[in-house]
Design a protein around this ligand. Sequence first.
Ligand SMILES: [Zn+2]
Length: 521
Amino acid sequence: MRHPLVLSLALAVSMPSVAAQTSSTAGRTAEPAFDLVIANGRAVDPETGLDAVRSIGIRAGRIVAISRTPLRGRSTIEAAGLVVAPGFIDLHAHGKDLAAARMQAFDGVTTALELEAGTLPVGVAYDQIAKEGRPINYGFSASWLFARIAEKEGREPDGDLAFFQKAQSLKGWQHTLATPEETARILARIERGLAEGALGIGVLAGYAPGHGRKEAFEVARLAAKHQVPTFTHARYSSVIEPESSFEGLAEIVSLAASTGAQMHINHLNSVSSRDIPRIAMMLKGAQERGLRVTTEAYPYGAGSTVVGAELFRGNWRERRGGAVAGDIELAGKPLDDATLAEAQEKTPGAWVVAHFLRPDRNPADQAFLDESVLMPGGAIASDAMPWTTSAGEPVPGDLWPLPADAIAHPRSAGTFTRFLRDYVRERRKVTLLEGLSRMSLIPARILEGSVPQMKAKGRVQVGKDADLVVFDLATVSDRATFARPNQTAVGMRHVVVNGTPIIREGELVREALPGRPIRRK
Ligand SMILES: [Zn+2]
């Protein structure tokens, strides 16, 4: 029997056209009820627990039917033997160019949000992307650090992450306190960003570890006042006290408790490294007592950031828990103390890869990484980076495939498929349903209290946005490696954004740009 809702929708849409056709073109079949049908896939919805063969009818960018019986659409994707799941929602994506969006699309990402760094001016950043068009949905938080650099250095941000890279050669913003007047102006800039629709406040605290506790408190109070989350790269990256990662995360717990703000912790894996057992205990304790503290992690034991970052200064190797020379790489080449110092002096804004755990060499490190990645209630988020040429220049415009020498941390191409392959299929650390939840429903829920659009994302349900991935669970996999990052993930047979396929039969639909802004106003 047909699902009653499907029947009524099908009738509502097709009847007028049937009537029109019978008068002129008798005998032709009725207009299909759906723009697109994804037929006979294993539909999995983390919220309702649905895990069954269904056909999905899509119209005007939304899921309008989920049926046990066949549906007829203007276009059909045959999904027998494939999983049909909510598209992945990435709360932490720095690469905002077309190149980054396409690489993430192959990883199953349908919404990529720059929430950790954020940006300013927020309206400028949204307008720029809207002008160019994107295959996947996009959005920003308002950047506390951009505001701080602007006030401390007298430079105006332009809505681009390059502003942060260029600021690495300036020294007035990392370790200085803000006066009450400066703090007020920093907050005013953030507030302007929120008024322009930012999704929360991005707090790159770890890049300016010397900022005042009172300033951090005012930023959290501002988030609470506007009822938006903060997204924090915590202060300090160290297993050694004082100024340890534990201390940086304890600060977030304290701010959430004292202000009531919802506070999200970015990349729990890299910030906690080998201190995760104790840090997880602290965060679980905070959550059990009702604090609104959430987490995310990516399934790699190496991070990526600017070589000039504060975390690579002083006795940083010791503070990171015994990283050895060679564990930091610039354009694929290991840096020793001398070449690191040279790069910090000459090109402080250049992107590097830095290993903080060695799961490839050390089983204990794999266990530490697993504990961060599998933190109860935690999201998977990529921290995806912009793609550059080997000379460090951004990969420009509409180039596909990316130039052979294009480079970025492999998480920029493989976070979600790696998690599916390693944690769901191979090592079976989580069920498919839980794995999908961490990549779709959980990030949607982290945002939906303040961003109503997110209530329609992360679900395979009638009435929700048709952001969907159709993949082969037996073969889905990352391919990007540290040595060869420029390799798309495999196994995403189809990726649909707002009802439009952007990947079809495993191939990029180059002209498809259905991505929309995720924005509060
Ligand atoms: Zn970060």
